[in-house]
Ligand binder design. Structure first.
Ligand code: BDP
Length: 697
């Protein structure tokens, strides 16, 4: 097994009692009605059941037998209609579904019912998951609906198939062979997304290329959209703000210029003529060199609204990113997005969502939640998480990210008093947003196993599951994923789940403990580079963020420093701003702390730092031991893949620990505690390694 099948393995159920019960319950499959999505439903159920039950399940248009599985909508299926589910179906909306055990004309039925075909497909995947994870299906009563409307992957894929911050090969989109050639991968990609409820995909990099908006490319995009459509996956594109100049021959891209507006309107017509259900645009503007409305003295709302108007009549949306910070701005980078966007609250069209990264810097291994969440009650804010591990060890690191996502989602903004969690902002319940969305920067490439590191699949999976239902626990999600991907054998599931649940903290410990951030190698962000300084942008150096000196370490974001804490609502500002109250995990994010400051453990800050770095390494070694003990419980191919990568990760963890401690020691001038492992090399050695990883330097 090479991992291609992801969590949709559909291996035969090994538990004999369960197998027998499932076989009895599902004698026959009845999917009435016809549509591409219902065809996908039938195909998936037949394939899944054949695998799981170890025998084909006959499909029929009539209920001939006892113990049938019926899937459909009241509109497409007389059997579903006869169940009179209207009241229940009302509660699950356009994409939700019911899983029920029912009796009709004396025949026992297992029912997958929804208002729409896509709801039926989501329900079918849920049903299969129950079997994949050995749940009881004899008396089903499930109602499920997504909490967030737009659940979207962001591919940072370039048209030459390189992937920005991608560590799993090249882009899945084979532009050269499109539109004529539809790779089976596209279908399997759509299946995988549908299985976790992801309903949108932005095909192209936020650092955008206008070419994708030309006729030839639109035909290719349309072919992908056609392949994805039965699976409920809408296609979106990134819009390069200067496209009217680059491909339209105009002299300006000023959003208030009527010619520019007309160009986008026409472009939108053209796009929709190829892709009638086109989702809309994702835009990175006036950020890291991307053009935007500010080039013309306009603001983000002017830019977003122009594009929003172009797609509004066709049901499109604009996801306008709030990831902005300027090298000319002397203020703390962490404050800039808030300062720019907060005053624009209420100024955006109804079909604009402002897409905000989970934290105010940039996808660090750990960040406190972005202060914009809760601060824009009149503007739907959508969450942007990073699934690809840009700052998290990239392709060689096992880090299960659900705990990181949950940490942000569960954080309390106090925007409307206690309990105003980020999740409630994002799902729209706090401020009654009409549009809601969540995006994950994809970790998917054309590697055979999709994500490079096999465990990267769990992050794609977790993102989708949380996008559907952010109330799920990281543990539940891990358990599902392990069972579906590998086995239900609890001797495997329990230790692997534990390993996953501790893995993110392990990485935080050996990279950026106690609130440290952005100390990775210059530009590539792989490996330690706390010594990075004197570059053309201060806010891309490490010393800007850790501020280590003889006295201590950390970024003072309290009143005595940048006062970034003031952007949070008062209860949060008070907690984060108080060195005694701030959660220790954010200590150095908000405070410049003396080396001898006593932390919760009773140790000095310096010693604590040393212990944390070491603990991170120890955790990786523990993961190795756990994995080694599981040889034989998983196929050798996947076993060896993970084993080798864990060995690489151990070396990286040591590298991080040693490089960071030696470097910070030049300021702290204190010894590494005697009971800890000593660095293997000198600081000069580690500093000499770094640039070699950077092409062109
Ligand atoms: C940073 C990446 C950069 C992206 C940027 C973004 O380093 O490659 O273009 O974010 O999100 O994390 O736009």
């Amino acid at each position: 097994e090479d991992g291609y099948k992801l969590w949709l393995q559909y291996d035969q159920v090994q538990d004999a009692t369960k197998l027998q019960a499932y076989r009895q319950t599902v004698n026959e499959l009845v999917v009435q009605g016809s549509s591409p999505t219902l065809t996908a439903v039938q195909k998936e159920l037949q394939m899944g059941l054949q695998g799981l039950l170890g025998k084909p399940v006959p499909a029929s248009k009539q209920a001939n037998q006892q113990n049938i599985l019926v899937a459909g909508t009241p509109a497409s299926s007389a059997l579903i209609k006869a169940l009179n589910l209207d009241a229940k179906l009302k509660t699950v909306g356009d994409e939700g579904y019911l899983l029920l055990t029912a009796n009709q004309n004396g025949k026992k039925q297992t029912v997958i019912a929804a208002n729409t075909d896509i709801g039926v497909l989501y329900g079918s995947f849920h049903f299969l998951r129950l079997l994949q994870t050995h749940q009881d299906i004899s008396n089903l009563s499930v109602a499920s609906a997504p909490k967030i409307k737009h659940r979207v992957l962001n591919h940072w894929d370039n048209l030459d198939r390189t992937v920005e911050r991608g560590y799993a090969g090249f882009s899945l989109w084979d532009w050269h062979r499109l539109p004529g050639y539809i790779d089976q991968r596209y279908i399997d990609y759509a299946r995988a997304n549908a299985s976790i409820g992801i309903n949108g995909t932005v095909l192209t990099n936020v650092n955008a290329n206008a070419l994708v908006l030309t006729e030839d490319y639109l035909k290719k995009v349309a072919a992908l959209a056609d392949a994805f459509r039965p699976y409920g996956l809408k296609v979106y594109l990134t819009a390069r703000f200067s496209a009217p100049i680059e491909i339209g021959g105009l002299k300006t891209a000023d959003p208030l210029d009527p010619q520019v507006q007309a160009w986008w309107n026409k472009k939108s017509d053209e796009i929709y003529s190829h892709i009638p259900d086109f989702g809309g645009f994702l835009v990175k503007a006036n950020s890291e060199g991307q053009p935007g409305p500010q080039n013309y003295g306009r603001n983000h709302a002017d830019g977003a609204n122009m594009l929003a108007d172009a797609v509004a009549g066709k049901g499109g949306i604009v996801m306008w990113r709030a990831f902005v910070y300027s090298e000319d701005e002397p203020d703390d980078r962490a404050k800039q997005a808030y300062n720019e966007f907060k005053p624009l609250d209420g100024k955006f069209r109804d079909n604009v969502l402002v897409q905000v990264k989970n934290g105010a810097i940039d996808f660090q291994p750990r960040e406190p939640f972005h202060p914009l969440f809760g601060a824009m009650p009149k503007t739907p804010l959508m969450m942007e998480f990073q699934i690809t591990q840009e700052y998290l060890g990239q392709g060689t690191t096992l880090a299960y990210l659900s705990p990181m996502y949950k940490e942000t989602l569960e954080a309390d903004t106090y925007a409307e008093g206690k309990g105003s969690t980020v999740a409630k902002v994002v799902d729209g319940t706090l401020h009654n947003y009409q549009q809601t969305g969540i995006a994950g920067v994809a970790n998917i490439g054309n590697d055979r196993n999709w994500t490079g590191h096999l465990f990267g699949q769990s992050n794609w999976y977790a993102f989708g599951r949380l996008a559907w239902n952010h109330a799920l626990s990281s543990e539940e999600i891990a358990e599902e994923w392990v069972k579906m991907t590998f086995t239900n054998d609890n001797k495997f599931v329990a230790p692997v789940k534990d390993m996953m649940l501790t893995s993110h903290e392990a990485v935080v410990n050996y990279m950026t403990p106690l609130g440290l951030h952005h100390i990775m190698g210059w530009s590539h962000h792989y490996g330690p580079g706390p010594w990075i300084k004197d570059k053309h942008r201060a806010d891309w150096t490490s010393v800007y963020y850790h501020k280590a000196d003889e006295k201590g370490i950390g970024f003072d974001r309290t009143k005595s420093g940048s006062n970034a804490v003031s952007q949070y609502f008062p209860p949060v500002a008070k907690t984060y701003g108080n060195i005694k109250k701030v959660p220790e995990k954010y200590l150095l994010w908000f405070h410049h702390v003396p080396w001898d400051y006593k932390v919760n453990s009773g140790r000095t800050l310096w010693n604590e730092l040393a212990y944390r770095y070491s603990a991170g390494v120890d955790s990786v070694r523990q993961m190795q031991k756990t994995w080694d003990s599981l040889q034989g419980k998983v196929d050798e191919e996947r076993f060896q893949h993970v084993k080798q990568l864990l060995a690489v990760q151990e070396q990286e963890a040591e590298w991080w620990r040693d490089a960071c401690l030696l470097y910070f020691q030049t300021f702290s001038k204190r010894p590494i505690p005697a009971d800890l492992e000593k660095p293997a090399h000198t600081l000069d050695y580690y500093m000499s390694l770094d640039p070699k990883f950077v092409p062109g330097i």
